[in-house]
Design a protein around this ligand. Structure first.
Ligand code: A2P
Length: 266
């Protein structure tokens, strides 16, 4: 790439400094970076994130884990050994540069949902990321009576942010009261022993998810659903809620469920 072409490609990004890296296990990590004060986003949105590789930006869609009021940015990523981006990104160190797209977008926002009773956030793996932002946005609590984070993973070590959700957030100076009163964390693990086992889809179908949360069965007239996970998860969960009568919300027309189609698999 010529210097001019490279500069043009880079113009779509902020270059930020990595300030923190945390490895949850050998497949999953989080990192934080500085945030340009001009970067605006709504909880639940994603941006193109990446690295300069051979003089070119190499980026993928990543949901912001951090809430809009946070002065830094945080992301959750898988590590794929031969993945073009994550094979490199997993080795990122404090002080190194990352590219952050200037225009966050996405459909997984509270505005795309009609007002309702309970908000169910259904995630697998790194699909938890946008919900971490949403559960720290006061708007989420103002609009719903109860907010459920149902996170399904294969292994217990993939329950990223578990301690944050169950201990730190309820004790948070500003959000603690809301989180204690309204937030329900409903993790489940599918491939090793854990008190709650099985896919969230199955657990909704059998009613186990209602027993776990103490909430009434999903009702499209009252409840709202957000989903974020692998392509197969999104497809199956969408089919499940559509069967129950839920209607997709978009940026033009709020509905009773929304899903995010942008995700990182490599
Ligand atoms: P399972 O272990 O039964 O496959 P993955 O890494 O394949 O994306 O899976 C992450 C988690 O999401 C796993 O717990 C997995 O359960 C679950 N999962 C994968 N695909 C689906 C699906 N189509 N519907 C519901 N849960 C799914």
């Amino acid at each position: 790439m010529s210097d001019t072409a490279s500069a043009k490609a880079l113009a779509a990004f902020y270059q930020e400094d990595v300030t923190w890296v945390h490895h949850w296990n050998n497949t999953l990590f989080s990192f934080r970076c500085t945030r340009d004060p001009a970067l605006r986003f709504v909880a639940g949105q994603f941006a193109m994130i990446g690295l300069m590789v051979e003089g070119k930006p190499l980026t993928r869609a990543y949901s912001m884990v951090s809430p809009p009021w946070d002065e830094g940015l945080e992301f959750l990523s898988i590590k794929v050994q031969n993945g073009p981006l994550t094979s490199r990104l997993q080795h990122i160190q404090v002080g190194e540069k990352v590219l952050i797209g200037r225009k966050p977008v996405g459909t997984l926002v509270v505005e795309n949902l009609l007002p309702g009773r309970n908000l169910w956030m259904l995630a697998t793996g790194t699909g938890l990321a946008p919900f971490m932002s949403l559960i720290r946005d006061p708007d989420t609590y103002e609009k719903f009576d109860r907010v459920v984070v149902a996170h399904t993973v294969r292994q217990v070590s993939e329950l990223a942010y578990r301690q944050y959700i169950t201990e730190d957030l309820p004790a948070h100076e500003l959000l603690g009261e809301w989180a204690s009163e309204k937030l329900i964390y409903a993790p489940s693990v599918t491939r090793e022993p854990f008190p709650v086992q099985g896919r969230i889809t199955t657990r909704i179908e059998t009613g186990a998810a209602y027993a776990q949360t103490g909430l009434a069965a999903l009702d499209p007239a009252l409840d709202r659903v957000m989903m974020c996970g692998s392509e197969a998860f999104n497809a199956d969960t969408e089919a499940l809620v559509q069967k129950l009568g839920f209607v997709e919300g978009t940026n033009n027309q709020p509905g009773s469920y929304v899903l995010e189609k942008a995700f990182v698999t490599k």
